[in-house]
Write a protein that binds this ligand. Structure first.
Ligand code: NAI
Length: 354
């Protein structure tokens, strides 16, 4: 029996986590779930959104399945998602985007994967608040060293991109492409404008790509990439991006395949893996039984593959595909005006196919 840390999260998290757990258990795979609170319930109980025992559990089990958690605004708590990625060095975020038959979409076939660098870039949290003494000092320094004038009323965020993190994530993208028999890696950047951050990304990405001659490679400015994704997403395969572009483009890709309710994800490091849907805690529909659990169920499919349980993973994925194709149940986010199925009904329909 394999033990996995289960973090239901908050908002719609507990609803989609329960549906997912039922589906996984119904395969008979025999996962033992170690359930821990994080996010709003953990703040109430432990005065911390990510109590240390949750991290200890993931470190012990190596694998976690996580629901979404709210990042409270203006409370001083930092995002637990960012904290988890940094604490466990989950440097690669992987978000597969597959268009299943039966899902309303403008496109016919999409099967792409966004690989996002998870640790640095503008998300590293190096920020200077508008009006602060620190930003004043920074303005003086930048003027003195470089002659640039930062506006007096500006706030500043710093964008570090390192050779080592670039090499690690681009290597990861190629290894992933090789293992999954993918044909091409597209590296997105804006190196023409940010010469010293995206410049490092592009230059070292190309060097790394040179060592993987059996997989196709192209580099593309991220604005052009956005245009291609809207125009002909079937042309794209594996896309590797720095943190911020990866965040935006992976939500765009979720939109291409029917929305956030269908978009799974995983965060991987050398030692630990945390599987979670792309979507957030959706406070607007929390507690109503209307959340689509498929994004989290497909995240569990990725987890089962990681745990080397391909039979159970395939069985659940085929069940999801069948339920969507037959239209027997309709998640609320896929049929805003028609009759829709509850979170539980969707899970039960998938379980029936197993
Ligand atoms: P969100 O993803 O929670 O919601 C955006 C829209 O999509 C809402 O209209 C929501 O109802 C809908 N939606 C999302 N998931 C759905 C599902 N499974 N089924 C049906 N509809 C679904 O994004 P939002 O509103 O920007 O963020 C809410 C909170 O979640 C914030 O505190 C944010 O920081 C947090 N968040 C957490 C993430 C995580 O834990 N990995 C990821 C993204 C956001």
């Amino acid at each position: 029996m394999r033990t996995v840390t289960l973090i239901p999260g908050d908002g719609i998290g507990p609803e989609v986590a329960e549906a997912t757990r039922r589906v996984v258990d119904a395969t008979g795979v025999g996962i033992e779930w170690e359930v821990h609170e994080a996010g709003l319930p953990a703040i109430e109980r432990y005065a911390a959104p990510l109590p240390p025992h949750v991290l200890t559990s993931i470190r012990t089990n190596k694998v976690a399945l996580k629901g979404p958690v709210t990042t409270p605004v203006g409370t001083g708590f930092r995002s637990i998602n960012v904290a988890l990625r940094q604490e466990l060095d989950l440097y690669a975020s992987v978000r597969p985007c597959v268009l299943y038959p039966g899902v309303p979409s403008r496109y016919e076939s999409i099967d792409l994967v966004v690989v996002r660098e998870n640790t640095e870039d503008l998300y590293e949290g190096i920020e200077f608040e508008e009006g602060s003494r620190e930003v004043e000092k920074l303005r003086g320094y930048v003027k003195y060293m470089h002659g640039f004038e930062i506006a007096k009323d500006a706030g500043v965020s710093v964008k570090p991109i390192s050779i080592s993190a670039t090499e690690a994530i681009v290597r990861f993208a190629f290894e992933f492409a090789l293992r999954r028999r993918r044909r091409r890696v597209t590296l997105g950047h804006k190196a023409n404008i940010m010469k010293f951050s995206d410049g490092v990304w592009l230059e070292n990405g190309i060097k790394m790509a040179d060592t993987y001659r059996s997989v196709g490679f192209e580099e593309m400015q991220v604005d052009e990439l956005a245009m291609w994704l809207a125009h002909a997403p079937e042309e794209l395969d594996v896309i590797v991006l720095p943190n911020l572009y990866g965040d935006i483009i992976s939500d765009l890709c979720a939109g291409l395949i029917g929305g956030l309710g269908l978009a799974p994800g995983m965060n991987l490091g050398k030692e630990y893996a945390v599987f979670e849907p792309t979507h957030g805690s959706a406070p607007d529909i929390a507690g109503q039984g209307r959340a689509n659990p498929i994004a989290m169920i497909l995240s569990a499919v990725l987890m089962l593959r990681h745990l080397d349980r391909p039979a159970e993973a395939n069985s659940i994925e085929q069940g999801v595909a069948r339920v969507l194709a037959e239209g027997r149940v309709r998640p609320a986010d896929l049929s805003p005006e028609g009759r829709s199925s509850s979170t539980t009904e969707i899970a039960e329909a998938i379980i029936e196919t197993l």
